[in-house]
Design a protein around this ligand. Structure first.
Ligand SMILES: NC(=O)c1ccc[n+]([C@@H]2O[C@H](COP(=O)([O-])OP(=O)(O)OC[C@H]3O[C@@H](n4cnc5c(N)ncnc54)[C@H](OP(=O)(O)O)[C@@H]3O)[C@@H](O)[C@H]2O)c1
Length: 262
């Protein structure tokens, strides 16, 4: 699929991976609809991209009314939807018994139910245009990690949802692409709900150290995956080796990860 003049809704466009995908798709000639809660940041980005090709719709994906409005305003302004990028997401780190239940539920509302909510609302329009759903998952959805069981579960659920949806909508000509990044240098790590006082050193250090690939690398990989009709990609691809290793040696890999995170 080429993106010139295609209409793409991108959630979480105010920051990190969503912002990078928005810039990347706009550079390919797409008309982009920027959705997130931080209206000012979205307006700044839209002004850079040009009013004729960028629409801002402040949206909390956990709110059904706002999600319906996002789709309605997109169709009203650009006449349809070709690409839906479900990228908005938050993380949660901590021991399960110390986890704030409201934070836990909120994470599911954004990472999973928000994505399903918006996909449901956009699907009738995506079917009309034989469009693409791009779901930003995580390597954490394929390789669960210590102290992140809830977050990993939201991404694992997203992966299963995407696989089922792909089969449901294939006949209608709609494609589903899943992107599984490893660690990316964004605000995500600062925004994570951090539960409890005595997290292992690796997470305390996280506040200061920003390691991993860039959001632009993920955006370029996403563009390639959409163009080449890929089902799922892992970025960087080398992490596939770790996922494969876990499948072959689950107990050994789990012990290794626990030791690493301690
Ligand atoms: N960074 C990583 O290491 C990494 C690795 C793998 C996967 N991911 C996934 O990549 C996606 C993007 O994360 P990022 O790294 O770019 O983090 P980020 O810089 O913190 O961006 C998160 C985006 O989600 C938006 N968002 C949060 N809650 C929202 C809500 N209720 N409604 C609408 N938008 C909401 C935020 O915008 P507002 O605050 O303005 O609403 C922001 O634009 C997430 O799904 C994350 O799970 C990240």
């Amino acid at each position: 699929m080429q993106l010139a003049n295609q209409v793409a809704i991108i959630t979480g466009a105010s920051s990190g991976i969503g912002e990078a995908i928005t810039r990347c798709f706009a550079a390919e000639g797409a008309r982009v609809v920027l959705a997130a809660r931080s209206e000012e940041k979205l307006r700044g980005l839209a002004a850079e991209l040009g009013a004729e090709r960028a629409l801002v719709v402040p949206t909390d994906v956990a709110d059904s009314g706002q999600v319906e409005r996002l789709v309605a305003q997109t169709v009203e302004r650009f006449g349809g939807v070709d690409v839906l990028v479900n990228n908005a997401g938050i993380g949660l780190l901590g021991r399960m018994e110390e986890t704030d239940w409201e934070h836990f539920r909120r994470m599911w509302e954004v990472n999973f139910f928000g994505l399903v909510r918006l996909t449901r609302a956009a699907l009738p329009y995506l079917k009309k245009r034989k469009g693409v759903v791009v779901n930003i998952s995580s390597v954490a959805g394929k390789l669960a990690l210590p102290y992140m069981s809830g977050y990993c579960a939201t991404k694992s659920a997203l992966n299963a949802f995407s696989t089922g949806l792909r089969m449901d909508v294939a006949q209608a000509g709609v494609r589903v692409v899943v992107i599984c990044p490893g660690r990316v240098r964004t605000r995500f790590h600062a925004n994570v709900y951090r539960e409890g006082e005595n997290l292992p050193g690796v997470f305390r250090a996280e506040k200061r150290r920003y390691t991993g690939i860039t959001a632009e690398e993920v955006a370029r990989a996403t563009l390639r995956a959409v163009r080449r009709n890929r089902r799922e990609i892992v970025v960087p691809w080398t992490l596939r080796l770790l996922v494969g290793f876990r499948a072959l040696f689950p107990a050994f890999t789990d012990r290794m990860l626990v030791r690493l995170f301690r």
